[in-house]
Design a protein around this ligand. Structure first.
Ligand SMILES: *Cc1c(COP(=O)(O)O)cnc(C)c1O
Length: 378
């Protein structure tokens, strides 16, 4: 009898420790800083600030979603307000709009970066203003680590005086004209969830050049306590601060961030070099001045059927891949909200596939992925 062994699983994007994380976690235990504050939180915030170029202040939080929630509240979003949001993104970009009782208005992508179209953004704003409903904020996303059209989006936002919440959850280590993603919005947010380019297992940060914003974020994230010897509250608060234990993981991860970016970019380059000859597959190139951390390596296939054939064949080989994000305007929870679409994100969703992209993939892993894809194509 012949036994067929399943090949080892290749994950889409799995955590990749650098080695020093445990030292900082041990430090937290040794000094009994087992709390949502302490030396690791301070040092982690400092290392993020340094990474982003020192022009920003940083508040470490329990998740990227929490950072978006606080960010929108700080920008003044409340019940009944409208918030413009890139449709082509993960649901966490938009869920906090609903937490606040506000209304998302979805904006489609353009094909150069797959992110928010500045043209449709303008159209959406003008149309909403005509209805006497000026949007309160814009959520733009650097999806898969590719910077959005920062200058164009900023120009529209400035013209109409609408603040930008920059969802940089997938783009730590990416730059636009040499400047770090996370620093372009009135408020930027980062995520350190388990699948992101670096991780604290779960965590996030709110980033801003405006110190009063990060101070307010920390105030709201720690139950909104007024100055008083007793517990005194005149605002609704949240419990959103980052744990000092988890910030220890983050400190170690920040030491290897640039290696992680290099490794993910090398994955993308390998896929591109080895699959370039196949007309059925295309890649998203970086426009001039754009530097993507290539958080996930994505391909576009020529048809939906080809996308599915590739995905299912990879699955048979125990290789995880995933369709691109399903646009939010097509999600049951969001589909009844206003939208300004031209079909771009829907087409990307139909034909796009994320390939294994972890910084811990071996050359052998990458070759297994490519061989499987080539077998389908030829
Ligand atoms: C991961 C992610 C978030 C949410 O971050 P969490 O830390 O998981 O809460 C928000 N937006 C985008 C685009 C993401 O990929």
């Amino acid at each position: 009898m012949k036994t067929i062994s399943t090949p080892t699983k290749i994950w889409l994007s799995s955590p990749h420790m650098g080695g020093t994380e445990r030292k900082y976690v041990d430090e937290a235990f040794d000094t009994n800083w087992i709390a949502p504050l302490g030396p690791n939180v301070n040092a982690f915030e400092h290392s993020i600030k340094t990474q982003l170029g020192n022009s920003v202040h940083v508040a470490a939080l329990s998740s990227g979603t929490a950072a978006i929630h606080l960010g929108l509240e700080i920008l003044g979003v409340g019940r009944g307000d409208e918030v413009l949001c890139q449709s082509f993104t993960f649901s966490a970009s938009a869920n906090p709009i609903l937490y606040l009782g506000a209304e998302p208005v979805f904006v489609d992508s353009e094909t150069d970066t797959w992110n928010m179209s500045p043209v449709l953004l303008r159209e959406a704003i003008e149309s909403r203003i005509k209805e006497h409903k000026k949007p309160k904020a814009i959520i733009a996303v650097h999806l898969y680590g590719m910077p959005y059209k920062v200058a164009e989006i900023k120009a529209v936002a400035n013209e109409f005086q609408i603040p930008v919440l920059e969802d940089s959850a997938e783009a730590l280590g990416s730059t636009y004209n040499g400047v770090s993603c996370g620093t372009f919005g009135d408020i930027g947010i980062l995520s350190f969830n388990g699948n992101k380019i670096i991780t604290t297992s779960g965590g996030g940060a709110l980033v801003s050049k405006n110190k009063s914003y990060t101070e307010k974020a920390i105030f709201l994230a720690t139950q909104a306590r007024d100055e008083a010897p007793h517990y005194q509250h005149s605002h609704v608060g949240y419990n959103y601060r980052m744990s000092n234990v988890l910030a220890g993981i983050g400190r170690g991860q920040m030491e290897v961030l640039s290696d992680r970016v290099d490794a993910r970019r090398a994955n993308h380059q390998f896929y591109k070099d080895t699959l370039n000859d196949f007309q059925e597959i295309t890649f998203l190139d970086e426009p001039e001045g754009y530097f993507s951390n290539r958080w996930l390596s994505c391909i576009l296939t020529n048809t939906y059927e080809m996308r599915e054939k590739l995905r299912l064949t990879l699955l048979d080989e125990n290789i995880e891949s995933r369709p691109l994000w399903k646009p939010l305007h097509l999600q049951p929870i969001f589909s009844s909200h206003k939208q300004f679409m031209d079909g771009t994100s829907e087409a990307l969703f139909e034909k796009g596939l994320c390939l294994p992209s972890g910084s811990n993939l071996t050359q052998e892993d990458l070759e297994r992925v490519v061989t499987t894809i080539k077998n389908v194509l030829s």
